[in-house]
Design a protein around this ligand. Sequence first.
Ligand code: BG6
Length: 301
Amino acid sequence: MNNITNLNNPFGIGKQLVFATTPSGQTVITINNQQASATIALQGAHLMSWQPVDAEAVIWLSADAKLAPGKSIRGGMPICWPWFGAHATEPAFPAHGFARTADWDVIASASLPGGTTEIIFELALANNALTQWPNPTSVRYRITVGKTLSMELITHNTGPTAITISEALHTYFTVSDVRKISIDGLDGCHYLDKVDEMKERQQSGAVTFAGEVDRIYIDSEDDCIIHDPALSRQIRISKTGSRSTVVWNPWIEKSIQMGDMGEVGYLNMVCIESANAADNSITIPAGGEHRLTVNYSVERA
Ligand code: BG6
């Protein structure tokens, strides 16, 4: 039996949840139910698309995104774990941690009574991950696909001493034109400005975009709303267990340097990341767990 049969047999659900292999040998999960459709790469448990049946695509994936072993996919929803951004002391360790390029196992799937589809992953902590993170930890990630897209990232400290993590669901949202949207929900919050030497500033009113934006909003737990009048929609982001919000658009020069943003791709995306970063890093006592939950829904404007 090949790997796909090993996955489809226990976890496939008719045409609702199907595992397939791409020409480059990567495993992709396609979910289709009466409420929505989604695709997820098994590597990184990386959601690449989500589209409610009566709405346009919500998640942005670069036209130049590469689906290859050990590479982070540009777009979708990378999981940043167990650190967000650069590692605090080891510059050679990968930015945003290793979970987004690691192997994950599927441990359960279900068609739920309300018509949604759930899949649960477990991070396979092996080899180089263990040299970068030698702490006994179990990490599970649940995605529920429906009219609302829900995620839960659960970190369980199975070791004898406390651990500290930072993390984010680093979601790229599709927007009509980033220059014409605004983000509500961060008014009055303090943020660290990554494009200005991490200076601390305070948000006043909605967030708008006229150049590169890279900010960690501290102690920001309210819903965020992406207002996109040209698409006549709002995307609502609600969360629990997440005390920071990262807002990012690389603008043109950085996009060119990055090389995988697609031509003018930056105009059609914005990252609103539900995170625990910087001062909001999470310490989990021995035997304890932390749950980060995030929900996305589309509202007609
Ligand atoms: C954001 C960071 O979360 O991710 C940015 O705040 C970073 O500084 C961006 O550039 C993309 O990171 P990466 O590693 O996917 O290129």
